[in-house]
Design a protein around this ligand. Structure first.
Ligand SMILES: Nc1ncnc2c1ncn2[C@@H]1O[C@H](COP(=O)(O)OP(=O)(O)OP(=O)(O)O)[C@@H](O)[C@H]1O
Ligand SMILES: [Mg+2]
Length: 218
C-alpha cells in the first residue's frame, strides 16, 4: 500500500530523513512515534505531497508518488494535520465538503457522504456551526471526517489527539479504530501518548536519526 525505500529529505542545510525505509500493508493500523523534530510530520507531508522534493522511492499502490496526480492521490489518501487546518470562515459542513470539491467529486454525493460521516461522529447538530464555535475535541472530529470524506484507502493522522484530555483522546482513537475496521482503511497515526499506544493494538514505528524502526510494546 505504502512502500518507501531509501528516502532522504532535508530542508536547506539540514537533513531530516536519511535513507529511510518503511512499508504499510493494506488494512494495517500502525503508530509512528519519535521525538519532537525527528521528522514525523515531514514524512506524512511527503506522503500526501504537501511538500515535495526528495531522493529515494515512495510508492502508493505500486505507483511512484510523483506519477500520481494530486487529485488521484488525495482520493486514495486522507490526512489529519497536526493543527487540523479548518477554515474559520466556513461552516463544519462546508469544511468537510471542500475535501470532495478539490478532487472534483459530484456535489450531491459529497454532501450525502458528509452528512453520513458527521452523524457517525456525533456532529450532526453542529453542521452549520463555525470551527471557533466548537470545542477542541469537536474540531478534531471535523478534521477526521474531512480526512475520511473521499473514502480513502489510507489515513494519515498527525497527532490527532494532541490537545485532548486523555479520556477524549482515547475515545477519538477508539473511533479511528472502529472506522478502520468498518471501512478497512490502512492507518498511520502519529502519537506521543504511551497510554494510547498501550490501549490499542497496532505496530509501533519509532523515528530516530532520520530512520524508522519497529518497536516492541513493552
Ligand atoms: N518548512 C521547513 N523548513 C525548514 N525546516 C523545517 C521545515 N519543516 C520542518 N523543518 C525542520 O525539520 C525537522 C523535522 O520537523 P518535523 O515537523 O517533521 O518534526 P516532527 O517529528 O513532526 O516534530 P513534532 O513532534 O514537534 O511535531 C525539524 O528540525 C524542523 O525544524
Ligand atoms: Mg509534527
Amino acid at each position: 500500500m505504502i512502500r518507501i525505500e531509501k528516502l532522504t529529505k532535508g530542508y536547506r542545510d539540514c537533513e531530516v530523513l536519511g535513507n529511510l525505509s518503511f512499508h504499510l500493508e493494506p488494512g494495517e493500523f500502525a503508530f509512528l512515534q519519535g521525538k519532537s523534530g525527528s521528522g514525523k510530520s515531514t514524512l506524512l507531508k511527503l506522503l500526501y505531497r504537501e511538500i515535495e522534493g526528495f531522493t529515494g522511492e515512495i510508492e502508493i499502490d505500486s505507483i511512484p508518488i510523483g506519477n500520481l496526480p494530486k487529485y488521484k492521490l488525495r482520493r486514495k489518501m486522507g490526512i489529519i494535520f497536526q493543527s487540523f487546518e479548518l477554515l474559520d470562515r466556513k461552516t463544519v459542513l462546508e469544511n468537510v465538503m471542500l475535501a470532495g470539491e478539490v478532487v472534483g467529486r459530484d456535489t450531491k454525493e459529497i454532501e450525502s457522504d458528509a452528512h453520513r460521516l458527521l452523524e457517525r461522529v456525533g456532529l450532526k447538530e453542529k453542521e452549520r456551526k463555525y470551527p471557533h464555535q466548537l470545542s477542541g475535541g469537536e474540531q478534531q472530529r471535523v478534521a477526521i471526517v474531512r480526512a475520511l470524506l473521499n473514502k480513502p484507502r489510507i489515513l494519515l493522522a498527525d497527532e490527532p489527539t494532541g490537545n485532548l484530555d486523555t479520556e477524549t483522546a482515547l475515545e477519538m482513537l477508539q473511533l479511528l479504530k472502529e472506522l478502520h475496521e468498518e471501512e478497512e482503511i490502512s492507518m498511520l497515526i502519529v502519537t506521543h501518548s504511551e497510554q494510547v499506544l498501550k490501549s490499542l493494538p497496532g505496530k509501533i514505528w519509532v523515528m530516530e536519526d532520520g530512520q524508522v524502526h519497529e518497536a516492541s510494546k513493552d
